[in-house]
Ligand binder design. Structure first.
Ligand SMILES: NC(=O)c1ccc[n+]([C@@H]2O[C@H](COP(=O)([O-])OP(=O)(O)OC[C@H]3O[C@@H](n4cnc5c(N)ncnc54)[C@H](OP(=O)(O)O)[C@@H]3O)[C@@H](O)[C@H]2O)c1
Length: 438
């Protein structure tokens, strides 16, 4: 009979506690599916005294993560503390250098040090599994790494942050402002007290960098991701999107282009008919465009203790079975440097909302500047506030103008709008949102 896999877990918070619980409640199923038992033999966390809702009788408490990582009594080190630095980094490195397998849910660690850690795994023969790091319970890492091993990938994109999707969904459905929805998200525990990591797009960028590496066989390059968050989105953008047949999502998009790999995170108009547009609230989704097959969309919970633990335990089960995939889908020596496609050469349609000053010649001046940059307009909507009536003080009221362009280059849009601003025919800054077609 094969000996059980002995697991050490560092971190007993939202995810770690659920992992301990799941390994216990699913012990028989896991043993059946893995061909051997899985036992948590040792744990660590910051505070030993903290009250936890899990039964740790018979489990050794190890004082610090590094000691647990190299503990001779464990086969598999599970890192669930979080953070790109220590103790997570040094503990994971130590475990891999000791030839142990590692399972982690830590996207920050993988996005920043994934390559170095994968090298250590390859050198010493342990597995490095991180399914929960992107999309929690959605098996997107396995899909890219194993399920689509024989398929060329052209594009992978998705809703990778539940907080942002929750905020945009509420804004769309209830006409509320960004600030109102963010406050609600914080009250309900969907957003952190300091929400900038989520709403400014950095969480999505870390996850996208991991997906791009798996999709295109490149070294993880978090610094190559262009990032814009959702805080500038106004209710009128969501209303306009709806009227024009789009939904607004914070997307992470990695796409192969003639100029290199584009990796970008930004608010995006997606056609209402697309699968990704149907994904509402805190739910996450990833669409993969593979060569010769229709797009595949995976949808599911992208956060939460139980959902994340589901993926962590599946990774542990793979270790128990003896499955050891290359962490980034191929041997390290075959991973290429990321050739970053410049954002200025991004090609696509654009949504542009301007506040045009209401005097003769404004529309013509805007149209001229766009034409100078060879930008063609697919549709234009002009909304007269107060039904076109002048303001009570008799002054001209700026008129919102919404333009949808045909495919053009980012630098052409930037040049045209800079000229429009210089002409002083608009008030404030233009709102520009990229459109992603299915
Ligand atoms: N929560 C989610 O929905 C979710 C989803 C996907 C991925 N993840 C990832 O899963 C990981 C864990 O997240 P979480 O939400 O479970 O975090 P959490 O609730 O904050 O738990 C963190 C755990 O790590 C322990 N810890 C922190 N610093 C430590 C240190 N220096 N030494 C020893 N132990 C330390 C804490 O100990 P104490 O309990 O004693 O304070 C706690 O048990 C992160 O990488 C996160 O990005 C989380």
């Amino acid at each position: 009979m094969v000996a059980p896999l002995k697991v050490g877990i560092a971190g007993l918070g939202t995810v770690g506690a659920e992992v301990v619980r799941l390994i216990e409640t699913q012990a028989r199923v896991l043993a059946g599916r893995s061909g051997r038992g899985i036992r948590v033999v040792a744990v660590t966390a910051r505070s030993k005294a903290k009250k936890r809702s899990i039964d740790l009788r018979g489990v050794e408490w190890v004082k610090d993560p590094l000691a647990l990582a190299t503990h001779p009594g464990i086969d598999c080190f599970v890192e669930l503390m979080g953070g790109a630095g220590d103790p997570a980094l040094s503990a994971v490195e130590a475990a891999l250098n000791a030839g142990k397998s590692v399972v982690t849910a830590n996207k920050a660690l993988l996005a920043k040090h994934g390559l170095k850690l994968a090298k250590a795994a390859e050198k010493h023969g342990g597995a490095l599994n991180y399914e929960a790091a992107v999309g929690a319970a959605i098996p997107v890492i396995k899909t890219l790494r194993e399920g689509l091993a024989g398929t060329g990938i052209n594009r992978v994109y998705g809703i990778l942050n539940g907080t942002c999707n929750y905020i945009l969904t509420r804004m769309e459905q209830e006409g509320l402002s960004f600030a109102e929805c963010l406050t609600d998200a914080q009250r309900l525990g969907y957003a952190e007290a300091n929400p900038s990591f989520d709403v400014d797009g950095h969480d999505t960028a870390q996850k996208l960098a991991i997906l791009a590496s798996l999709a295109f066989g490149t070294k993880v390059a978090q610094g190559a991701v262009y990032v814009e968050g959702i805080s500038s989105i106004a209710p009128e953008d969501l209303r306009a999107a709806d009227e024009l047949g789009y939904r607004l999502k914070l997307l992470g998009v990695a796409v192969r282009t003639a100029k290199g790999i584009e990796q970008r995170v930004h608010p995006t108009m997606v056609p209402k008919s697309s699968s990704i547009a149907q994904v509402m609230g805190v739910t996450n989704a990833v669409t993969i465009d593979g060569e010769g097959i229709p797009p595949i969309t995976l949808v599911g919970p992208g956060a939460g203790g139980a959902a994340t633990a589901s993926a962590v335990v599946a990774d542990i089960a793979d270790v128990a079975r003896g499955i050891r995939a290359h962490p980034f889908g191929r041997p390290i020596a075959q991973l290429r440097d990321t050739k970053k496609a410049p954002m200025e050469r991004h090609e696509g349609g654009y949504y542009i909302r301007l506040l045009a000053r209401d005097f003769p010649g404004t529309a013509a001046a805007i149209a001229t500047r766009l034409a100078e940059q060879k930008i063609s307009i697919e549709s234009i909507v002009q909304r007269h506030p107060n039904g076109g009536a002048a303001s009570p003080d008799g002054k001209a009221v700026p008129v919102p103008v919404i333009l949808i362009t045909y495919a053009t280059h980012e630098d052409a849009v930037r040049r045209a709008l800079a000229a429009v601003q210089k002409d002083k025919v608009i008030s404030g800054r233009p709102q520009v949102i990229r459109i992603e077609k299915n």
